[in-house]
Ligand binder design. Structure first.
Ligand code: PLP
Length: 425
């Protein structure tokens, strides 16, 4: 079951043809399926009925999606004061919010404490004195979990592997007990649990199992030492199959499901008596979104044909940043007759959305959808080349509405001061 299918030759999100949306709003535009998010959240909730599912806001912190996930029951994993503010605006109680991140300002720490978050996940022992100082200033105790780097290779792209020993995130497992002993020296810090997040787009069970075993062992040791832990936060990282649109036979690797994850992990932590928390991002929202762009023209080079779109790395940087694969689908179905690179309009040679794609004959004015763009798409979008960010639209059944308008050329100038005006002050 997928939210994006061809209906009478038109690529549709649920029951809405995408051409209807671009017909009214123009392009580029991000379109998200609320049903797809609901199905995906439902799979987590069914597999982990007693766990706290804290949606990782970094995947997509658009208020509409965060509000929808809150309505479905999700908590929040936030990494900045801004994301915390979105979680609060989405109605997520502090008690269902974990505050992650490897560099928190005093203002962010204060906002987390005042917001009553379930846990502030410290990335380093060097953070502890500042957490304690802010807590003391506020006259509160800060709930703190230490992020552990378990030294597990998640077999994913090096830029999104965070649990390997060389990663910049977390406290090495070998130093974990010393870190908790240091934590206990601060009366203003309340040790809540243990945490790991080993990376993103993980498609094998092994790294999750290894991590959870190491984390559970650590939690047992700490509890034996008297730490009153309540939480085992195992992070996010479940991958999706970005290649599933290729109709290969046999199919490309099946992605892991939350059920697979629960089957492997829950028995290993059942004896601990800790509340389990997960922080899924990509696996909840990536397949729920597409980025639709318009074909400006086809450029027939000496050895390659390029389809030049009106959007690229400014709206979706994953292919340029991580060499990430995104399928590209025409809004109008057609028999593939063209092999082309699909490129964006930005002045960067890395602005390539996909190489060697099989597409139907295309003309200027046609539209293409970049699939699986719901995670790490809009939140990483920029104004590079002074391009406005696209609009965001959500679809539910046969209805759709804009949840964030496109930025405008005029809007890009807002708040800026020309240098001569500044000199006049
Ligand atoms: C601490 C933390 N938790 C959760 C996530 C979400 O990961 P994913 O989107 O792969 O589920 C991330 C992403 O990198 C993260 O850094």
């Amino acid at each position: 079951m997928t939210a994006f299918t061809y209906r009478q030759g038109d690529l549709a999100c649920e029951q809405v043809p995408l051409r209807e949306i671009v017909g009214q709003l123009g392009s580029p535009v991000y379109v998200y399926s609320l049903d797809e998010i609901e199905r995906r959240y439902g799979a987590y909730a069914a597999a982990f009925p007693d766990a706290l599912i804290c949606y990782a806001y970094k995947a997509n912190s658009s208020l509409a999606l965060c509000t929808w996930l809150r309505t479905l029951g999700a908590g929040a994993d936030v990494v900045s004061g801004g994301e915390l503010r979105v979680a609060q605006a989405a109605g997520v109680p502090g008690g269902l919010t974990v505050f992650n991140g490897n560099g928190k300002s005093d203002a962010e720490i204060a906002a987390a404490i005042e917001g009553g978050v379930l846990s502030i996940n410290a990335d380093a022992v060097e953070e502890l004195p500042r957490l304690a100082a802010v807590a003391e200033r506020l006259g509160r105790r800060a709930p703190v979990t230490i992020r552990i780097n378990p030294g597990v290779d998640p077999h994913t792209h090096r830029h999104i592997a965070t649990g390997v020993t060389s990663s910049q995130f977390g406290v090495a497992l070998a130093q974990a007990e010393a870190a908790y002993a240091h934590l206990a020296e601060f009366p203003g810090l309340d040790p809540v649990g243990v945490h790991s997040h080993i990376g993103s787009q993980i498609t094998e069970l092994g790294p999750f199992v290894e991590t959870v075993d190491r984390l559970a062992d650590l939690a047992r040791r700490l509890m034996r030492q008297g730490f009153p832990l309540r939480l085992l936060d195992i992070g996010g990282g479940l991958g999706i199959d970005y290649h599933r649109w290729e109709n290969t036979d046999p199919p490309t690797t099946q992605p892991l499901t939350p059920t697979d994850l629960a089957g492997a992990l829950l028995p290993r932590v059942a004896d601990l008596g800790l509340r389990l928390a997960l922080e899924p991002g990509r696996s909840l929202v990536a397949p729920a979104g597409v980025l639709v762009g318009q074909v400006l023209h086809l450029k027939h080079g000496a050895d390659t044909t390029r389809v030049v779109l009106d959007t690229g790395m400014n709206a979706l940087i994953r292919p340029s940043l991580y060499e990430a694969y995104h399928a590209v689908s025409p809004l109008k179905a057609g028999t593939p007759s063209l092999t082309a690179d699909v490129v964006g309009p930005n002045c960067e040679s890395s602005d390539v959305i996909g190489r060697g794609r099989r597409l139907p004959a295309l003309r200027s004015g046609d539209y293409l959808a970049v699939m699986d763009a719901g995670a790490y798409g809009y939140p990483l979008a920029s104004n590079y080349n002074s391009r406005p960010r696209p609009a965001e639209v959500v679809v539910r059944g046969d209805r759709w509405w804009t949840v964030r308008p496109a930025e405008t050329w005029e809007g890009l100038l807002q708040g800026q001061v020309g240098v001569m005006e500044g000199m006049g002050n």
